[in-house]
Design a protein around this ligand. Structure first.
Ligand code: PMP
Length: 335
């Protein structure tokens, strides 16, 4: 048996014992779906024949998203988490390498390497911003450029002129808006201007449906035709599709949760101004080597290797969870 040699570059996902811990490590929503909305989802699920495949192109969900965003349904694709869409995108273009601005979301590199593509990592500057001057030759020749905006794990939101400059090279640009609800800013309107722009969104963060794995992609029709041609046909299951539609029908719950998280994010930011990066997401990057201390005090956060070795990323939780985090981290910093 001969294993794919590419596998040497991969290691299984790191996990920690989460028993009894406050979970602030995955940028999930701290709120489960309210009971009455869950009941309505379950009622809709009951009416579905489980022996039948899901709607092949997720048309009911795409119609609902179209209604909400004003983007026509032919420019929308749905998949099993934005992860699955990132993986798809690696198959869509010609080229030998993707470009990322690091530190950023690790899955861009993961799916690129899995597909046999190289990854050119352009370091973000000291303010975790995209550098003013870029080698446009390198960018223009890439398979694609992946930009999380706002970025994970820094929480930073990039200026339009920096993104537009990259778009104008003509390279496919994937703008991952997984956290857009917490920044209030989206580039959806640019789809009309740039046929090389792809926007990704997810139901895993503000929408609170991480466990159901639902992601969305937006792009011009020419690109979408190719994307639909290579997409796994049934990878968004019927139950998840219905849950996503149900969530879109309850904007008041969503807006309340977003407003709470933004308020709490600011509270944590104010408590740790000297060590925090200003964030436009539901998490904060803090310069403190406090992973072990917090873990031993019942709080699981995210830690990193390399440039962010002495940092932690903390997902905004409930008021009680944030109080505990603030108390424990203050104790760590005073010690
Ligand atoms: N993009 C970014 C920037 C993320 O941080 C994450 C989740 N950590 C994802 C995409 C993945 O989202 P999904 O759950 O839809 O696969």
């Amino acid at each position: 048996m001969k294993f794919n040699r590419q596998l040497d570059q991969f290691a299984p996902y790191r996990t920690f014992d989460t028993e009894g811990k406050i979970l602030m490590n995955k940028n999930e929503s701290p709120f489960d779906i309210p009971g009455e909305i869950k009941e309505q989802m379950i009622d809709r699920w009951k009416a579905i024949p489980f022996n039948r495949y899901p709607p092949i192109e997720s048309l009911p969900l795409r119609r609902k998203v179209s209604e909400k965003t004003g983007v026509e349904e032919g420019m929308i694709i749905a998949g099993c988490g934005s992860d699955a869409l990132i993986s798809d995108l690696m198959h869509l273009f010609e080229g030998e390498y993707i470009v990322t601005f690091t530190p950023t979301f690790s899955m861009y590199g993961f799916y690129a390497k899995r597909r046999g593509l190289k990854v050119v990592e352009i370091p973000l500057n000291d303010a975790f911003d995209i550098p003013e001057t870029l080698d446009e030759e390198i960018i223009a020749r890439a398979h694609s450029v992946f930009i999380a905006n706002p970025n994970n794990p820094t929480g930073k939101l990039y200026d339009d002129y920096k993104i537009d400059k990259i778009l104008r090279t003509g390279v496919p640009v994937v703008l991952d808006e997984a956290y857009w609800e917490f920044s209030g800013k989206t580039s959806l309107a640019k789809l009309r201007e740039f046929e090389n722009l792809i926007i990704l969104r997810t139901f895993s963060k503000a929408m609170g449906l991480s466990g159901l794995r639902i992601g969305l992609g937006f792009a011009g029709k020419k690109l979408m035709e190719k994307w639909f041609a290579l997409k796994s046909p049934y990878n968004l299951n019927t139950l998840s599709e219905i849950a996503a539609i149900e969530m879109l029908e309850h904007p008041e719950t969503l807006e309340r949760n977003i407003a709470f998280i933004i308020r709490e994010r600011q509270r944590i930011y104010e408590a740790f101004r000297e060590i925090a990066t200003e964030s436009f997401t539901n998490f904060l990057l803090l310069q403190a080597d406090a992973f072990d201390f917090l873990y031993n005090n019942g709080i699981l956060v995210q830690k990193f290797r390399g440039r962010l070795e002495k940092h932690i990323r903390v997902t905004v939780g409930t008021e009680y969870e944030n109080d505990r985090l603030i108390r424990k981290l203050e104790a760590f910093l005073k010690a």
